[in-house]
Design a protein around this ligand. Structure first.
Ligand code: FAD
Length: 434
């Protein structure tokens, strides 16, 4: 059955979320920017964020994508997608609803692979929004190709000893623990020879070489750490899921992260379209309203069509994940990941144009939204690599054809069709009707 409707009870919750985000959360972006979202020591968390989180919990909307065993409602990905469309309007909103990256994915890993003790020490405070976590996989010499990873761990009695460097480990500076990928068996391919370690960030030997920011942020001010692990010792239990399981774990985690970015990007694109339409209906130039000019109408139409296509793609991918699990939705997730960067780039670009100089100024949020497009095309793997995934998955559904000419070659198909209807054709020819 195909059904595009939202249950009335959930629509009522979405209505509450829309109002709550607009009235009580978006002002945080305006007052504090996005830098403090993960800095739990800042007083804004105790004084403002905590009470807002309590209101979300009272509404039964806290971390609701998680199953009841982890304190959520098990809403699944489709409902999370509908929620994230709203939360995407604010950089604070995901944290206030307990579904922020990268913690949501890291919580999933700990829930599946952590010991009871690790769950009590790291997972529970993470789910409660008390601490922040980090995922440390990319290395300075490469991220898109894991074959170049050199960070390694060796077993020494009851411990593992980790040595190596990681690059762009988001939120490391605020994190209580990192999930670190390291090579544990160099004699096999990295896809079988790497493991995932739970590393408390205050472990001796862990140092931040420097914090890297995104373009526009002051040097040293960023949240993406270049980290060095030097003779870092962790207990044997800290290898999550067993040695050699890193990529199985990473796939599950990164799949979720990618589609959650896409869900929030639907919200960002809608915000840009809202701005574009409001401006088109408000600004006159050369004797007429912008909204009456055909090129501006084309901007509006193309943007609405692209956003609608993208949103349906995201919701469909979320639905596939709910039906069969993220590991069987690789094609859908990779396709959505590719679309995220390109739709964001195009819609925000048009919205900027319709606003003219104001659109590219620092008095509108559009430039900030637009610079997120290339970031979306690189974080969690570059567009090029995800296109390869889509192509491989699509090609798997096909077989080669043995003939000299392809199956759809018309002369052969026409001859076969004519042979099939030879009697009719002969009869009609005899009667001079063909
Ligand atoms: C905002 C942000 C947050 C991030 N957070 C984290 C994090 O928390 N933890 C973490 O471990 N990493 C994180 N990353 C790193 C991210 O995963 C990597 O940047 C990404 O995998 C690409 O690796 P790279 O930067 O080393 O680029 P490279 O691997 O050097 O690739 C450079 C470029 O080469 C091209 N390319 C690569 N492979 C192919 C191919 N097969 N075919 C054609 N072209 C190709 C693409 O254009 C690609 O962008 C983050 C990145 C960003 C931007």
């Amino acid at each position: 059955m195909w059904d595009f409707s939202t249950e009335p009870e959930f629509e009522a919750k979405l209505e509450w979320i829309r109002d709550f985000v607009a009235t009580d959360i978006e002002p945080l972006d305006l007052a504090f920017g996005h830098h403090l979202v993960y800095d739990k020591r800042h007083p804004v968390h105790r004084e403002v964020v905590k009470p807002l989180q309590e209101r979300v919990k009272a509404e039964g909307l806290w971390a609701c994508h998680l199953g009841p065993d982890l304190g959520g409602l098990g809403y699944g990905q489709v409902k999370l997608a509908l929620m994230n469309e709203v939360l995407g309007r604010s950089s604070w909103a995901p944290s206030i609803f307990g579904c922020q990256a990268p913690d949501s994915g890291n919580a999933e890993i700990l829930a599946h692979y952590g010991t009871d003790e690790q769950k009590a020490k790291y997972l529970q405070p993470l789910l409660d929004g008390e601490i922040v976590s980090c995922f440390s996989m990319t290395e300075p010499q490469g991220g898109a190709d894991p074959n170049v990873f050199t960070c390694a761990a060796e077993r020494d009695g009851d411990e593992w000893v980790i040595n190596g460097e990681k690059w762009f480990s988001s939120n490391f500076r605020y994190a209580s623990f990192a999930i670190v990928m390291a090579v544990t068996d160099p004699s096999v391919q990295i896809y079988q020879g790497a493991s995932m370690f739970l590393v408390p960030t205050d472990t001796p030997g862990v140092t931040i070489v420097r914090n890297v920011g995104l373009g526009g942020e002051a040097a040293g001010d960023g949240a993406h750490a270049y980290v060095r692990y030097e003779n870092v010792r962790v207990p044997a239990d800290n290898v999550l899921g067993g040695a050699g399981q890193a990529f199985v774990i990473a796939q599950t985690r990164l799949g979720g992260g990618r589609i959650h970015h896409a869900m929030r990007t639907v919200g960002v694109c809608r915000r840009a379209l809202d701005m574009m339409c409001e401006r088109a209906l408000s600004r006159h130039t050369q004797g007429s309203l912008l909204a009456t000019k055909q090129i501006v109408q084309e901007y509006v139409a193309d943007s609405w069509i692209e956003l609608h296509q993208f949103r349906l793609m995201v919701l469909h991918a979320a639905w596939v994940i709910d039906q069969v699990g993220g590991h069987k939705a690789r094609k859908e997730i990779a396709a959505v990941k590719v679309a995220t960067a390109s739709v964001l780039k195009d819609i925000v670009f048009r919205a900027m144009h319709v606003h003219g100089s104001l659109g590219v100024s620092n008095e509108m949020p559009l430039i900030g939204m637009w610079t997120m497009a290339p970031v979306m095309g690189i974080a969690d793997g570059p567009t090029e690599v995800h296109k390869i995934t889509v192509a491989r998955q699509v090609l798997k559904q096909y077989k080669p054809y043995d003939g000299l000419f392809p199956r759809e070659h018309l002369p052969g198909r026409v001859a076969a069709a004519r042979a099939r209807f030879a009697d009719v054709i002969e009869h009609e020819l005899a009667n001079d009707n063909l």
